[in-house]
Write a protein that binds this ligand. Structure first.
Ligand code: FDA
Ligand code: NAD
Length: 357
């Protein structure tokens, strides 16, 4: 099978790339998405079935690509089918790091759950229902660890969160369910030796073009220039997956029409929700920190935050329980990077500083 455009991967970036292809007027039959998942691209944060793809696009699902030959513009699936493309967008994302990767004993036991794809979410939901009011151990205190601990508590589970330090002390923790969230790693293996890599990802320019002609990389897998900090970075979050996908497709269409578009100028944006709490963070978490607001656990509002200050300027801002306007204000601060005269004054001014900036 041959297509003008192929998106390899069926995750968040693939879905948003497909949508941008439709906006740009891709013709029926020109674009294919090849994904090893059995379902169309969906919003991974919600792990819901809010499918993202527009019509007229060939969805080649349940199809894992096991070999990529960038020189001959060919992809080969596990079942031996060959797919040719003129332009390729690599959107293979990340895969979970498993306990077996650390050589942990018993890591292949039953009822150990990881969460990356929708079938894993379905299996976890089944286990939660089957072990009602049970005991859960959560390994890892990152995003998955924190968000799933809250979800398990809401389902009346008794939850213990462990770190590698505690695990090494030899204690045995009883559990009906073990959820593991110890990080992800970008899926670049198919392209090893064929493409330039940096910082664990596929190196791109500001238009997500890789070192290989007609090959783009977007989302978790791309290491790209972050203009704001004059640095090359990789970002594993949805906001960037969406925006990088849109930028790459715009760049592809612009170059086909002899036009140019602006460089990608990304402001890092992260968020999370647990119980009835919800925070947003913009910018960079480097330098000194200044805490503001009411962070007491008993606070009725839970409205507090933190600024990060580097070289006398605010470079990052975190806010818990902000309103949409307040979140907009902290985003602006992180983008504009206003100077700070006194850290004490900044702590006292708190959110007012961002709103007035
Ligand atoms: P993504 O992982 O979405 O997609 C990769 C796709 O490629 C998958 O469909 C995969 O099957 C496919 N694929 C890989 N190799 C293949 C091969 N060889 N052949 C065929 N198909 C292949 N971020 C955030 O900012 N806020 C949030 O709340 C959350 N929440 C969240 C929850 C959970 C459970 C996870 C796992 C992750 C998040 N994230 C998040 C992170 C966010 O979802 C992540 O950054 C994006 O999904 C990245 O999008 P990509 O399209 O790059 O990869
Ligand atoms: P993460 O990188 O956020 O956290 C990994 C955690 O595991 C860290 O706390 C680390 O200290 C810990 N850890 C590492 N090795 C360990 C070990 N051997 N034993 C115990 N703990 C160990 O990764 P994650 O939570 O697994 O999430 C996976 C991916 O999904 C990431 O890319 C993340 O950004 C993304 N994600 C994002 C969100 C969000 O943005 N709200 C939500 C869910 C997932």
């Amino acid at each position: 099978m041959a297509f003008k455009y192929v998106i390899l991967g069926g995750g968040v970036a693939a879905g948003y790339a497909a949508r941008e292809f439709a906006n740009q007027g891709v013709k029926p039959g020109e674009l294919a998405i090849i994904s090893k998942e059995a379902v169309a691209p969906y919003e991974r944060p919600a792990l819901s079935k809010a499918y993202l793809f527009p019509e007229g696009i060939s969805l080649i699902l349940g199809t894992e690509i096991v070999k990529a030959d960038l020189a001959s513009k060919t992809l080969i699936s596990a079942a031996g089918e060959t797919y040719k493309y003129q332009t390729l967008i690599i959107a293979t994302g990340s895969t979970v790091i498993r306990l077996t990767d650390f050589g942990v004993q018993g890591a292949d036991a039953k009822n150990i759950f990881y969460l990356r794809e929708i079938d894993e979410a379905d299996e976890l939901v089944e286990a939660i229902k089957a072990k009602k009011n049970g005991k859960a151990v959560v390994v890892g205190g990152g995003y998955i660890g924190l968000e799933l601990s809250a979800a398990l508590r809401i389902n009346n589970f008794d939850v213990s969160m462990v770190t590698d330090v505690k695990l090494k002390d030899g204690r045995v923790l009883e559990a009906d369910i073990v959820v593991v969230g110890v990080g992800g790693k970008p899926l670049t293996t198919l392209f090893k030796g064929q493409i330039e890599e940096e910082k664990g990802g596929i190196k791109t320019d500001s238009f997500f073009k890789t070192s290989v002609p007609d090959v783009y990389a977007v989302g978790d897998v791309a290491t790209f220039p972050m203009k704001l900090y004059d640095e090359i970075r990789r970002v594993e979050h949805v906001d960037h997956a969406r925006k990088s996908a849109e930028q790459a497709v715009k760049a592809i269409f612009a170059s086909e029409h002899g036009k140019s578009i602006s460089e990608y100028d990304y402001l890092p944006y992260f968020y999370s929700r647990a119980f009835d709490l919800s925070w947003q963070f913009y910018g960079d978490n480097v330098g000194e920190t200044v805490l503001f607001g009411d962070s007491k656990p008993t606070s009725p509002t839970h409205k507090f935050g933190s600024y990060w200050i580097k070289d006398g300027k605010v470079v990052g801002a975190f806010l818990e329980s902000g309103t949409p306007e307040e979140n907009k204000a902290i985003a602006k601060v992180a983008r504009v990077q206003p100077p700070v005269e006194s850290l004490d004054q900044l702590a006292t001014e708190g959110l007012t500083f961002a709103i007035g900036a």
